[in-house]
Design a protein around this ligand. Structure first.
Ligand code: MN
Ligand code: MN
Length: 457
């Protein structure tokens, strides 16, 4: 009796006080999602919230003592927060890494053209998307244009006016509908409608749009070449369901983990035993490349800088030893079992909506290729900590064997010889313009991450 594993449900396990906290937490989270629609805006808001919570720029410290709260920004696209622990940083840190880039449509370097008196912006999609999902929905455009004489931010929120990609009417879509879903919409068809009006016969429509852009941003067409402009769904995060138990919104992969990890470090013990660190990485959706991706030395360098402020005779071995002694939660979303599309999942080992934060021993594809595969020892240690702290959690793997797969930043952190486990919130409709997460799971991710900072040693 009682030997069988029994799944727990976040809303059933939560007491009255926690239920209140679950719903309050998701209100803050939705507000975050609505602002933080790009990696740059994530960092901007993250810094603002961090300063409000007592964090100060790393550069302003001459030494680090227990309880100090520091942050550092890398190229406006990474944010790292740390609360200095009682033990030396050289003895290791407790780190949570999440990514703040999400699938989207980037503008091409020379995006503007016109056809049949419609102006378009050409895009190049970023990350893994089902292209058809991005048609006929309002899109907003955010980013930065670097001119020869300065920079300008573009922030069209899609409320005032939207950009949109058209699709064929069903009446004439016979041929399109016969194609496979991956071929029905092609990458070169992801063109944003950007205007349709000329006022006199003199200007071309393209010239007319450029005139508007020049008035608003002071740019010429060539300035697009040095820009980063991202089209994202102009769909506000909101509650889903009569019982309001679900948050629907764009970019929850992986801003749900980024936000919960940040809130966890804000709320962890004033002086944790082990230095707590929260890392927001960029470029995960395209392989964690580049100097803002998790494969860059940014995180490692930051830890080295911290050690150097604590140790008089800093040397490289201190960093290496610190990394070997460190623990890391690679905080990324999991695939929730979808009862409407059950075939790619294996029910016994799937993550589910509403069963709490997910602990994944491995992700990857085929024979676990590309996965970190956390040790049994680490799984054992973390599940005891979660149970002792009354965190509702579940386990899960990414679909059936040979059913597909995916990776996270875990493998890159593990390369530093750190102890790494994958953990995050299970999503329905992952990578779609409107992803779904259980409010209960979001809350228990936050609580689990907070306990990790407070108790893991
Ligand atoms: Mn992710
Ligand atoms: Mn993803």
């Amino acid at each position: 009796m009682g030997l069988e594993y029994k799944a727990k449900y976040a809303f059933e396990e939560a007491n009255k006080k926690e239920k209140k906290e679950i719903f309050a937490f998701s209100e803050d989270y939705k507000a975050f999602l609505n602002y933080a629609v790009t990696e740059r805006r994530c960092v901007k808001l993250g810094v603002r919230l961090a300063e409000k919570n007592g964090f100060k720029p790393f550069d302003s410290f001459k030494a680090l003592k227990p309880g100090d709260k520091v942050y550092s920004v890398n190229r406006d696209k990474n944010l790292v927060l740390a609360v200095i622990g009682r033990k030396k940083i050289a003895d290791g840190v407790n780190m949570i890494g999440a990514h703040i880039d999400s699938p989207r449509l980037d503008l091409k370097p020379m995006p503007l053209y016109e056809d049949s008196k419609i102006a378009y912006l050409k895009t190049h999609y970023y990350g893994g998307i089902k292209k058809y999902q991005w048609l006929t929905i309002p899109l907003a455009l955010y980013g930065k244009i670097v001119k020869k004489d300065g920079e300008v931010d573009v922030e069209t929120d899609g409320e005032d006016f939207a950009l949109v990609i058209s699709d064929l009417l069903p009446h004439l879509a016979g041929e399109q509908m016969k194609k496979s879903m991956s071929e029905g919409v092609e990458g070169e068809q992801l063109n944003l409608i950007a205007g349709s009006m000329t006022e006199s016969g003199e200007d071309s429509l393209k010239e007319n749009i450029l005139k508007i852009l020049n008035e608003k941003y002071g740019i010429t067409e060539e300035d697009f070449i040095s820009s980063e402009l991202e089209a994202v769904p102009a769909i506000k995060a909101r509650d889903v369901g009569f019982d309001r138990s679900i948050v629907g919104g764009y970019g929850q992969d992986d801003r749900v983990c980024a936000y919960t990890a940040m809130r966890a470090i804000f709320d962890c013990n004033a002086v944790p035993d082990v230095t707590a660190m929260c890392v927001w990485a960029d470029k995960e959706e395209i392989g964690s490349m580049g100097n803002t991706g998790m494969q860059s030395k940014f995180t490692e360098n930051f830890i080295a800088e911290m050690i150097a402020l604590q140790e008089k005779n800093y040397n490289d071995l201190m960093l290496r030893r610190a990394m070997s002694a460190s623990y890391c939660i690679s905080a990324d979303v999991a695939a929730a079992y979808d009862p409407s599309f059950p075939s790619p999942y294996e029910k016994t080992n799937s993550a589910y909506l509403g069963r709490g934060v997910v602990m994944e021993k491995y992700v990857g594809a085929r024979g676990k290729s590309g996965s970190n595969d956390a040790s049994a020892e680490l799984m054992g240690k973390i599940r005891k900590m979660l149970d002792d702290s009354k965190v509702v959690w579940q386990f899960g793997e990414l679909g059936k064997v040979d059913g597909g797969g995916g990776g996270t930043v875990s493998q890159y952190v593990a390369n530093l010889n750190c102890n790494v486990i994958d953990s995050g919130v299970a999503l329905l409709s992952m990578h779609s313009p409107f992803e779904l997460a259980s409010k209960g799971d979001i809350y228990y991710a936050y609580k689990g991450y907070r306990e990790f900072y407070n108790k893991f040693d």
